[in-house]
Design a protein around this ligand. Structure first.
Ligand SMILES: [Zn+2]
Length: 82
């Protein structure tokens, strides 16, 4: 994996307004509700509660792709289709 394969998508913390890009901010958190991103927060701003919610969401949704046009796109993680 070279850095050139990483998407350079700007993101902005919903709490403190800190700006970064996806490739530079692997620790940033996507706060999800029903598979929809409701907030993007930097590691310094995420709360305990959100951290918990994140772990739950992590079991049901996953990041599908990140593009400059669409931003973060989530997809349900439903394991095997049956
Ligand atoms: Zn922040």
């Amino acid at each position: 994996m070279s850095a050139e394969t990483m998407q350079t998508v700007p993101i902005c913390c919903d709490r403190c307004g800190e700006r970064s890009t996806v490739d530079l901010a692997p620790d940033w958190a996507l706060v999800l509700r029903d598979g929809q991103i409701i907030a993007i927060v930097c590691p310094g701003c995420i709360t305990e509660e959100e951290h918990l919610v994140l772990e739950i969401n992590d079991a049901t949704s996953e990041l599908d792709r990140v593009t400059p046009e669409e931003g973060f796109v989530m997809k349900p993680k439903d394991g095997d289709e049956s």
